[in-house]
Design a protein around this ligand. Structure first.
Ligand SMILES: Nc1ncnc2c1ncn2[C@@H]1O[C@H](COP(=O)(O)OP(=O)(O)OP(=O)(O)O)[C@@H](O)[C@H]1O
Length: 253
């Protein structure tokens, strides 16, 4: 299968004054994949994503999203992407159903709130306020808001931070479902187990540079081929498996 780039970043540079946050990075994201940006705090992941999302100016370089140039066609790009913002603020007096209606109005699209909430398994919370949701439900709701305009690409910045193991796994299922329905997903995460099960390809960013880009499987195989061995034999299960096994895996978070 021929892979088509849906995002192309070439020689991207971002300086904050004298500080070089993004130093000449180039990469492509393919249509229909879950692409992970991984790296330590301050590596430049959020800066890079926000430039692609047309939310932040770049210093130099070129970026195209679904064939549109961020310099001259930002409006077209905005129409085609969904962005999950960290710590999004929602009108506190509105319930989830009303918030979806509000978002539909902002995007100028007609969608049923029930359909959008059903996509993220929040049908029974239609009348609830955002602040009364659990952490996992909040994340699912904010993902629903990114899907309202039927985006070609969704951007998720650390979507599972602070969630319990079940809520994380439920969210992984949801993100894979979004990909399987044809939407490209770009995600940042600090959890390598998450990147390993979720991402089709990952890029490691450090000090504003991309230091590797490949499938998780290939990265691991390459490391093993160098003779790398884990210091201790790993057990067939870990404590997270025990947690899931004891508490079940159904939606409830
Ligand atoms: N508006 C700004 N002004 C000055 N420096 C900034 C600004 N925004 C980000 N930076 C700096 O740029 C660097 C990259 O930040 P960025 O938020 O892109 O990193 P990140 O990889 O997303 O980190 P994290 O994993 O912590 O979210 C950091 O050193 C940060 O302090």
């Amino acid at each position: 299968m021929l892979k088509q780039p849906i995002i192309t970043v070439k020689n991207l540079v971002k300086n904050y004054g004298d500080f070089k946050a993004v130093q000449d990075i180039s990469f492509e994201v393919f249509e229909g994949e879950i692409f992970g940006l991984l790296g330590p705090n301050g590596a430049g992941k959020t800066t890079t994503l926000e430039i692609i999302e047309t939310l932040r100016d770049k210093t130099s370089g070129t970026v195209t999203v679904d064939g549109f140039d961020i310099d001259t066609q930002a409006g077209e790009i905005k129409k085609r992407i969904g962005v999950q913002l960290q710590a999004a603020g929602y009108y506190p007096s509105l319930n989830l159903s009303e918030l979806i209606v509000l978002f539909c109005g902002l995007y100028g699209v007609e969608k049923s709130a029930e359909e959008m909430l059903a996509k993220v398994a929040l049908t029974d919370k239609a009348k609830a306020k955002y602040k009364d949701l659990s952490g996992g439900q909040k994340q699912r709701f904010s993902i629903a808001t990114t899907l309202i305009n039927d985006p070609r690409i969704v951007f998720l910045d650390e979507p599972t931070t602070g969630l319990d193991p079940q809520a994380r796994r439920n969210l992984w299922d949801l993100i894979k479902e979004i990909r399987d329905n044809g939407t490209t997903v770009v995600i940042t995460t600090h959890y390598m187990d998450e990147a390993e099960v979720l991402c089709d390809r990952v890029a490691f960013v450090d000090g504003g540079k991309i230091i590797g880009i490949d499938t998780p499987d290939q990265f691991i195989d390459n490391l093993v081929a160098t003779g790398f061995e884990r210091p201790k034999q790993v057990k067939a299960a870990n404590l997270e498996d025990v947690f899931i096994n004891l508490t079940g895996k159904e939606w409830r978070g």
